[in-house]
Design a protein around this ligand. Structure first.
Ligand code: NAP
Length: 437
């Protein structure tokens, strides 16, 4: 019998558990640990609430969690309740699937003003992450700036632009639904430091902006290179640029009160305001020979009472494990960090890629673990989950098991209002109360 601990119960953690279960069959005991009492990580807290088809992958993870030999242990905090050294003592292998839950900072003057919010916090707020339940983003302002040209910037723009009716069928939390319904934001600007050919936005997500009930996307024709140059883009990128060109060609719909304007070749250099964000100072950029953005020295100022930076994520350090800040991941070779310690997902690759990218990642690391620790019916000599349980018990840590999560989920579904998939519980005490604690 082999014992493996996976830290993090998002997509990377679940695909790894699934792959290990297939590789070892009954010869493995897997513990999936999460610091929150609920599983699914980025699926629950990162994927936009109006993208339920993406969130549906949680059903696959549920099957994994219900597989004999696999346990979910929520409310167990690596570093506070148990250390990596202790996990390595109890388990044959430990897999870090800890993702990248922190915001990369803009690192410009004024980025600490009230009203400047990172996407992890903003997305966490509208998705019911307990850490951001009290965020209260300023939505009493008419102009919002979104920094970055990735899919998260699109998610944030779309959520700011949607009407209440457009959230039907979503699982947006009540506090965000109500605040967004009362929002005064009308002018949303997405700033990209490079141009339309360099966006990190995928076509499906970009296309959605063309179908919003109350918002028109605006793109300046002058920002495009000659149409013939689109041919050198890969097909997905070409499709994204096609969407942008069609937005530029369309007449803004005067009946729609909101706008989502793309400001390309524009990088923020400062955020100003009297005690809160009021203005964004932007420098015009041009691409250098290597395709990177270089400032031209020309600056301008645009009103922005809410600034959401969507410029990527970072991971919190784990004591004793080297971390590469510039790449945003734990240095590893094909997922192996050091003897018996592995990384998958964003902890392995850095914060890029879709949910599905984590599947081959998890399978590859499971294969490496199977090669290093061939399945055996013999006891491995390590305490595994029983050892961890004793340790946690001695520390007064009472894990939330998968059956507890099912109770939380049932409580959320029972509280749902018409039109919503569920009413998420957003505070740790409420989540724990739902399981009778
Ligand atoms: P991302 O795709 O890496 O995009 C980050 C953007 O921020 C880039 O446009 C980057 O510009 C820009 N940026 C970085 N530093 C900047 C700075 N200092 N100033 C101005 N701009 C800066 O990151 P993301 O949007 O956070 O998404 C993370 C991953 O999740 C991506 O792989 C994404 O596709 C995925 N995701 C997918 C979905 C979906 O499939 N529906 C939804 C959300 C997220 P440069 O290109 O110039 O560096």
């Amino acid at each position: 019998m082999r014992h493996v601990a996976i830290v993090g119960s998002g997509p990377a953690g679940f695909y790894t558990a699934e792959a290990l279960g297939k590789a070892f069959g009954a010869g493995i005991a897997i513990d999936l640990l999460d610091r929150l009492p609920v599983p699914y990580g980025l699926i629950r807290f990162g994927v936009a609430p109006d993208h339920q088809s993406i969130k549906a992958v949680a059903r696959r993870y549920e099957k994994v969690a219900l597989t004999p030999g696999i346990r979910f242990l929520g409310n167990v905090h690596l570093g506070a309740d148990v250390s990596i050294e202790e996990l390595l003592h109890y388990y044959d292998a430990v897999v870090l699937a800890t993702g990248a839950p922190l915001d990369r900072r803009l690192d410009i003057p004024g980025d600490d003003l009230p009203g400047v919010i990172g996407s992890a916090a903003f997305v966490g707020w509208y998705n019911g992450h307990p850490d951001f339940a009290d965020l209260r983003p300023p939505l009493d302002v008419s102009a919002a700036a979104i920094i970055g040209n990735g899919n998260v910037a699109l998610d944030v723009a779309r959520i700011l632009a949607k009407t209440p009716a457009e959230f039907t069928g979503s699982d947006i939390v009540a506090h965000a639904f109500e605040a967004l319904g009362a929002s005064a934001v009308r002018a949303i600007t997405i700033f990209g430091r490079r141009g339309p050919h360099q966006v990190a936005m995928t076509p499906k997500e970009l296309g959605e902006l063309g179908h919003l009930a109350a918002a028109s996307p605006l793109v300046d024709q002058a920002d495009f290179p000659p149409p013939g140059t689109d041919a050198m883009l890969d097909p997905g990128q070409r499709k994204s640029v096609e969407h942008l060109r069609s937005f530029a060609a369309a007449q803004p719909d005067g009946a729609k009160p909101k706008t989502i304007a793309f400001d390309f070749f524009a990088r923020p250099v400062a955020i100003e305001g009297d005690g809160r964000a009021e203005r964004l100072v932007v420098e015009r950029t041009a691409l250098d020979a290597s395709g990177q953005a270089r400032g031209t020295g020309e600056t301008y100022t645009i009103a922005a009472g809410l600034v959401v930076s969507c410029i990527g994520y970072s991971s919190p350090p784990i004591p004793g494990i080297p971390f590469d800040q510039s790449l945003g991941r734990f240095p590893n070779t094909d997922g192996r960090i050091e003897d018996r310690l592995y990384a998958v997902g964003w902890a392995r690759r850095g914060p890029t890629g879709t949910i599905g990218t984590n599947r081959p990642d998890g399978y590859e690391v499971a294969e490496a673990i199977a090669a290093a620790f061939p399945p055996t019916a013999e006891p491995s000599g390590r305490g595994g989950g029983a050892g961890l349980d004793r340790l946690l018990d001695s520390r007064g840590c009472d894990p939330v098991l998968f059956a507890d999560w099912q109770k939380i989920e049932a409580a959320e579904v029972a509280a749902a209002r018409t039109g919503f998939a569920r009413e998420k519980l957003v505070r740790l005490p409420d989540l724990l109360k739902a399981v009778g604690r």
